[in-house]
Design a protein around this ligand. Structure first.
Ligand code: C5P
Length: 221
C-alpha cells in the first residue's frame, strides 16, 4: 500500500466526521467525506426534479458520475461553484442521501471519484463502506459506534448550533430509520469489515478517540 488508507466507518451521527477530520489533521493526510458525495447526489437529484428512488436510478447515477464538486482548503463544499456546505447537512439532505445511496447505480457512479482521493501522503476515509467495499486493502479499518441516545443527542446539538430547529424524538426516529435502511440494503450495507477494529465512543471524549485511533495506526506501521 504505497498510499496508506485509514478507514472510519459507522452509523449516522457516531462522530465519524469529527474523528476522521481530527485524525487526518494530525497525520497530515487527505480526508474523504464519502457521505458528502451521497448528500450532493441527493441534492443534485432534487434540483433536477428527480425523486430519490429506483425509477430514476440511471438519471441520478448520471448526475453522480459527473458531480461538479469541489472541496476547498477551508473545508467548504462547492457544487457547481455554489457553497452548499450547510445545505447538505440538513436532516432532509441526510434522508435523501440515504435514499440515493441505496441505488446500486449511484454507488457505482461514485467509485472512481472516491478512489481518486487516495493520494500521497495518505488518506483518511469516512463513510459506511470504506473498509468493506471502496478500500478493502486499507491498512487500518475502524468501525465507530455509539448508542442511539448518544448519537441523537450529538446530532441535536450539531443541528441547533447550525440554526436548524428539531426535537430529540424526531431525530432519534430519523437516525433509527436511516440506520435500518443503511444496514438492510442489498449493496454495500452498513456493517463492520471483518478486519475492522470496533470503537464505541459513547463514553469517550473526541480527544480520547483520536488518541486511540492514532495509537492503532502506529501499531500498523
Ligand atoms: O455520513 P453521512 O451522514 O453524511 O451520510 C449520509 C448518507 O449517505 C448515509 O445515511 C448513507 O445512507 C449514505 N452513505 C453511504 N455510504 C457511504 C457514506 C454515506 O451509503 N460511504
Amino acid at each position: 500500500d504505497a498510499v496508506p488508507v485509514l478507514c472510519i466507518d459507522g452509523p449516522t451521527a457516531s462522530g465519524k466526521g469529527t474523528l476522521a477530520a481530527a485524525v487526518a489533521e494530525r497525520l497530515g493526510y487527505h480526508l474523504l467525506d464519502s457521505g458528502a458525495l451521497y448528500r450532493l447526489s441527493g441534492l443534485a437529484a432534487r434540483r433536477a426534479g428527480l425523486e430519490p428512488e429506483a425509477t430514476h436510478a440511471d438519471a441520478i447515477a448520471a448526475l453522480a458520475r459527473k458531480l461538479p464538486v469541489r472541496f476547498t482548503a477551508d473545508h467548504r463544499v462547492l457544487l457547481a461553484g455554489e457553497d452548499v456546505t450547510d445545505l447538505i447537512r440538513s436532516e432532509q439532505a441526510g434522508m435523501d442521501a440515504s435514499r440515493v445511496s441505496a441505488l446500486p447505480a449511484v454507488r457505482t457512479a461514485l467509485v472512481a471519484l472516491q478512489h481518486s482521493c487516495r493520494t500521497l501522503p495518505g488518506l483518511v476515509a469516512d463513510g459506511r463502506d470504506m473498509g468493506t467495499v471502496i478500500f478493502p486493502g486499507a491498512r487500518l479499518k475502524v468501525y465507530l459506534t455509539a448508542s442511539a441516545a448518544h448519537r441523537a443527542e450529538r446530532r441535536h446539538k450539531q443541528l441547533i448550533s447550525k440554526g436548524f430547529s428539531t426535537t430529540m424524538e424526531s431525530l432519534r426516529a430519523d437516525l433509527e430509520a436511516r440506520d435500518a435502511r443503511d444496514s438492510s440494503r442489498s449493496v454495500a450495507p452498513l456493517k463492520p469489515a471483518q478486519d475492522a477494529l470496533l470503537l464505541d465512543n459513547s463514553d469517550l471524549t473526541v480527544d480520547q478517540s483520536v488518541d486511540l485511533v492514532l495509537s492503532w495506526w502506529q501499531d500498523k506501521q
